[in-house]
Design a protein around this ligand. Structure first.
Ligand code: GLC
Length: 763
């Protein structure tokens, strides 16, 4: 017999074997919970997300039906849970039979033989404590899961969520990378849904590798705690998911500029100056120089080496005068050194993780013996946030967090190292996947408090929800054509998983780049939200000038294109901060009904106006491009195409196949070598096609004033007859002095009339 109890918007069901609860948070979000004895503060979700929602309940012959305005849930006497949309289309249905382990057709003798050459054939066949199995439709597609390797549609593959630092060439057989974002998007017979499994313990998701009939989620430990997320479209599912776990906050505008990095530059002031000067001498726009571990004194965090820097503060100010900001790396590992203040303070206050025997836990990272801050504790986060003052006072622009899986030179830390889970002493097994999250959170809050500006944090490790605090990059890729190929699905799936501000190491981190690969990479990545060229120490140089011409000129051409479109990207982030929808996105997000784009791995869109179809293969100088429904223009030639067609695009080495939806207006920033938030002289809008509308957002690009209404919204309209600019929200006191609207045939300038607070046609 099933028993059933309602408590406001929560519904508790039990039979003789189990008790589960369903909590309606919003009409489109329902939480499933089964207690397995683990304290469960969510690291991903902050604040109360429940809103008052009407739920109708029907109790029918031992079958309970709950209905909101968007979802219908059926629970039977065995506590199977089936979720449909309001129209009755199945979304998430329990699979009512048992898992059948993949038969690899191998006998023990063969297995032993294969293992002797290092093949682990039965990997992944273990059974976990927590398990839920869902029915899979024949055409079901899967997206999301953050930065996993492989392709856009995850069907047919299995993944682990266990933050992993593995510098081997990352290919689609890799089950885990640096981040754990257990948010899965499914599309069943055309109907989208999301499932967010909120468990920090190591977990596993098999999306039809084991079976064609089901997909499953399993976890080593924790509770069975997941959210079923509805929405009429894929976009609505993402908006709902980011309502739950948070959205990327508006960045400072210069964060969208180009960034130059290499492990090794920051070894000396002289070397950094050489890079900065080369960027300017070669007329390459750039906003940020990254300082890798070499700037520190013996890899001690919150120190600066003195032997190769005369006066870091002065040097950073000089770079700033040339338009560069400095982004220093900070790793979690604190050097064991009795004479070092960070170590001393942490030891005195008991801020570091402990071994089960109660002594401070020590492992090896860059500084040699190092200890690990216990980041889930509020006081440790506050302490870390305060330590950042050292960097803020020097005039740096943010903090780049690395090695926070947490990594060590001896592989993952043992499961039983004692860390707090935020409430009480717990284990590394539980906090591993949220370690980077908590470090990024501490960093964000510290920077915000100290500077009052929108913090610039980049993190390698992350959990669901880290997008509220940090930008991410995809870690140690390599200079391989397979990795430029992987960039598109990887950044697109990160975007679908809430991480709208992401990027990959352009040119590849490990291995040696070639001129052609670097050229195609800067073309392919030119709209990736985070735009950074980064490489490992000891690899072949891959600065824009490293290979001479024509690489340098082509690289410059694309950086200039990027700088013309910084305001456009910023507008996309404004939109993202309201909706959670990614800036760089797969075509399926904009065209969910178009079968051609469901597995599109080699094209992407920026918002809904630009379509990018880069060359991702050595030697290619032309490619097929699928254009979805609508009218399209070749960005470079203005040639017109009708969508739902595949065209052949010419792509000599200097050409990125780039298309724009006909009748689009783009804000077009003037040429410059870095983003200057104080420049309000001129903004240009360019029309592509015959007519268009555009809404443009402007604020000071730096701090949180916009939260108090200090921003402007411009409505730009161009038709055959009229060119117009209106300010629909006027809250920022530095509107552009002049605005130019440009079409193929005409140019019209407007000037701001300070008495009337509006734009007048310039005579
Ligand atoms: C890690 C990071 C890489 C960095 C290096 C040295 O490998 O992923 O970006 O350059 O450490 O700090």
């Amino acid at each position: 017999m099933m028993k059933f109890k309602q408590d406001n918007q929560s519904f508790i069901f039990n039979n003789d074997k189990r008790e589960i609860s369903l909590t309606v948070l919003t009409p489109e979000i329902i939480r499933f919970f089964e207690d397995h004895g683990e304290a469960n503060p969510s690291f991903a979700i902050e604040g109360d997300k429940q809103i008052k929602t009407d739920v109708s309940v029907k109790n029918d012959d031992n079958k309970i039906t709950l209905k909101t305005s968007a979802l219908k849930v059926l629970v039977d006497k065995d506590l199977h849970v089936d979720v449909y949309d309001r129209m009755g289309h199945p979304l998430v249905l329990d699979y009512k039979e048992k898992r059948k382990l993949l038969d690899r057709g191998i006998n023990p003798e063969q297995e032993k033989l294969a293992a002797s050459e290092g093949h682990n054939v039965n990997d992944g066949l273990e059974q976990d404590k927590i398990l839920v199995i869902k029915k899979m439709a024949t055409d079901e597609q899967f997206y999301g899961l953050g930065d996993k390797t492989g392709f856009l549609d995850k069907r047919g593959y299995e993944y682990d969520n266990w933050n992993t630092d593995n510098p081997d060439p990352q290919v689609e057989s890799f089950k885990a990378l640096y981040k754990s974002i257990p948010f899965l998007i499914g599309v069943k017979e055309g109907h989208p849904y999301g499932l967010f499994f909120d468990d920090s313990y190591k977990n596993h998701i098999d999306l039809g590798k084991e079976s064609q009939k089901y997909y499953y989620y399993s976890a080593k430990d924790g509770n069975l705690d997941y959210y079923i997320i509805g929405g009429k479209t894929l976009k609505e599912v993402i908006t709902n998911y980011t309502y739950l776990t948070g959205r990327v906050p508006l960045p400072q505008k210069w964060m969208l500029g180009y960034q130059q990095s290499r492990w090794g530059y920051s070894v000396s002031q002289k070397e950094v100056s050489r890079i900065a000067d080369s960027l300017r001498d070669n007329d390459l726009p750039c906003d940020v120089l990254h300082f890798d571990i070499d700037y520190m004194d013996g890899y001690r965090v919150f120190t600066w080496r003195k032997d190769t820097y005369e006066d870091p503060k002065k040097f950073i100010a000089e770079l700033r005068d040339k338009g560069f900001r400095v982004m220093p790396i900070i790793d979690p590992g604190v050097k064991v050194d009795e004479n070092y203040w960070v170590y001393q303070e942490g030891i005195k206050n008991g801020y570091f993780a402990k071994s089960p025997d109660g002594t401070v836990y020590v492992n090896k990272v860059w500084p040699g013996d190092a200890v690990y801050p216990d980041f889930a504790r509020k006081e440790v986060q506050d302490w870390w946030g305060k330590n950042i003052k050292f960097l803020v006072d020097l005039g740096t622009c943010g903090v780049w967090n690395d090695m926070n899986e947490p990594a060590s030179f001896n592989g993952p830390l043992p499961d039983d190292v004692v860390f707090s889970d935020g409430e009480k002493a717990s284990t590394h097994a539980k906090i591993h996947n949220v370690y980077g999250h908590n470090m990024a959170k501490a960093t964000y809050n510290g920077l915000k408090k100290l500077s009052g500006k929108r913090p610039y944090v980049i993190t390698r490790a992350a959990y669901a929800g880290t997008q509220k605090y940090s930008t991410v990059w995809t870690g140690d890729n390599q200079s391989l054509w397979t990795h430029i190929q992987m960039m598109i699905p990887q950044l697109c799936n990160l975007g679908l998983s809430g991480f709208a501000f992401a990027g990959t190491d352009i040119g590849g981190f490990g291995a040696d780049c070639t001129p052609e690969l670097l050229t195609r990479w800067i073309e392919a990545a030119i709209f990736s939200p985070l735009l950074r060229n980064h490489a490992a120490v000891g690899t072949r140089s891959q600065e824009p000038w490293a290979f001479g011409e024509p690489t340098l000129s082509i690289y410059r051409k694309y950086l200039k294109l990027r700088y013309h479109l910084i305001s456009y990207l910023y507008d996309r982030f404004y939109h993202e901060s309201k909706t959670g929808l990614p800036v760089m996105r797969p075509l399926v997000l904009n065209y969910p009904n178009d079968k051609h784009v469901r597995k599109m791995n080699d094209e992407y869109m920026v918002g809904s106006d630009l379509l990018v179809a880069p060359i991702l293969m050595e030697g290619q100088t032309a490619r097929q491009v699928y254009l979805p429904k609508g009218e399209w223009l070749n960005f470079w030639t203005n040639a017109e195409y009708t969508g739902e067609n595949t065209i052949l695009a010419n792509a000599p080495l200097d050409t990125l196949p780039l298309f724009i939806k006909k009748n689009t207006i783009l804000p077009w920033d003037k040429e410059r070598d870095h983003v200057d938030p104080d420049d309000h002289d001129l903004m240009t809008f360019r029309l592509f096609g015959d007519h268009g509308n555009y809404i443009h957002y402007q604020d000071n690009g730096v701090d949180f004033d916009y939260e108090n209404g200090k921003y402007n919204l411009y409505e730009v309209k161009i038709t055959d007859q009229t060119f117009s600019v209106d300010i629909s929200h006027f809250g920022y006191d530095k509107p552009y002095k002049r605005i130019d609207l440009i079409s193929d045939q005409r140019k019209q300038s407007f000037v701001f009339d300070e008495k009337e607070n509006k734009y007048q046609v310039m005579k």
